[in-house]
Ligand binder design. Structure first.
Ligand SMILES: NC(=O)c1ccc[n+]([C@@H]2O[C@H](COP(=O)([O-])OP(=O)(O)OC[C@H]3O[C@@H](n4cnc5c(N)ncnc54)[C@H](OP(=O)(O)O)[C@@H]3O)[C@@H](O)[C@H]2O)c1
Length: 292
């Protein structure tokens, strides 16, 4: 048994992960408001207050391993803090605190297409954060998942909120492709990485590649409603989202438009390297209990 601290351990992925890790390890969930979580943390998990943007608030002295999950969502425009403030500076602080406190292993949560020259601020901040992790003196693993679904996640709700039932408009007809990964499969892989202190970078996704239009149809079908998708020309979407960038409180901006032009699909699914075979990955339609 090792002691594992999970930054963002009370978020969507974090709550599921803490429950899984707590079966075999001493687990501490670190976040700014550790009593709140979208999924009940049923395992024996200590909750500790810490803010990754504030180095002095981080204390990993009793941790053998740290899992670093904190980030801002790419689905919506950022408010006060930027992706650089939270993802990049936050990762620098977590890495520095891990080195200071003698942590043996760091598992870092990145994203598909993370790249210092990526198309969006989210991807560029994730790319730079990966460089910080790789340049550290701590043994590390980096996970790059496609979009994650499951209890407490925002993906299905996002698809419901951004489309109307029966007939909806989607930029480019909703052709952007995803490879939705069930959170239960993801935390199984993370548990395996922590258990064996695996080093490397892994791109992981679910078993199906689905377009945004297909995902939206499935989500509405699960509610017993059909969906016909009508395309909005990408040029209109660009104009609308560029204008929205400057409207305070508007949920979308330029980066959300740029994301629509990027498929979120792995080059090679490396889930098996972390102990989950592709044929065992949970299918999104099956999770929703609808036919594909
Ligand atoms: N969900 C997906 O589909 C998906 C896909 C690919 C990659 N990822 C990556 O997976 C990771 C986890 O995603 P998620 O969906 O679980 O996110 P989430 O539900 O938004 O959870 C974020 C967690 O971070 C904590 N947090 C936020 N700011 C913090 C700060 N400054 N200091 C300390 N804790 C802070 C939050 O709690 P407080 O607000 O109380 O601090 C919460 O516990 C992220 O790195 C994300 O980029 C997610």
């Amino acid at each position: 048994m090792v002691s594992v601290h999970v930054t963002g351990g009370t978020g969507f992925v974090g709550s599921h992960l803490c429950n899984r890790l707590a079966e075999n390890h001493d687990v501490t969930a670190v976040s700014r408001s550790p009593e709140r979580s979208p999924v009940e943390i049923t395992g024996e998990v200590e909750r500790r207050t810490g803010d990754v943007t504030d180095f002095d608030s981080l204390d990993f002295t009793d941790a053998d391993a740290v899992v670093h999950l904190v980030s801002l969502s790419p689905l919506y425009k950022t408010g006060g803090l930027s992706h650089y403030d939270v993802t990049l500076r936050g990762t620098e602080n977590v890495v520095d605190a891990s080195e200071r406190d003698g942590v043996d292993y760091l598992l870092h949560m990145s994203a598909l297409d993370a790249d210092v020259d990526g198309a969006t601020e989210y991807l560029r901040a994730k790319g730079r954060a990966e460089e910080v992790v790789r340049g550290s003196g701590v043994d590390s693993g980096v996970l790059r998942p496609s979009v994650v679904f499951g209890e407490g996640g925002e993906f299905e709700g996002f698809c419901r909120r951004t489309t109307t039932p029966y007939v909806t408009f989607l930029p480019g007809g909703g052709r952007t492709r995803f490879q939705p990964l069930w959170v239960g499969d993801l935390v199984e892989m993370m548990d395996s990485a922590v258990e064996e202190q695996r080093t490397g970078v892994w791109e992981v996704g679910g078993s199906d590649v689905l377009s945004l239009a297909e995902v939206s149809r499935l989500v509405h079908r699960a509610d017993g409603r059909g969906l016909k998708v009508l395309p909005v020309p990408m040029a209109f979407a660009r104009l609308g989202m560029t204008a929205a960038e400057y409207v305070p409180g508007a949920p979308f901006g330029v980066d959300q438009y740029r994301s629509l032009k990027l498929d979120n699909v792995v080059r090679e699914n490396q889930a098996p390297e972390l102990g989950v075979e592709e044929y065992d990955l949970r299918i999104f339609a099956e999770y929703l209990d609808v036919e594909l």
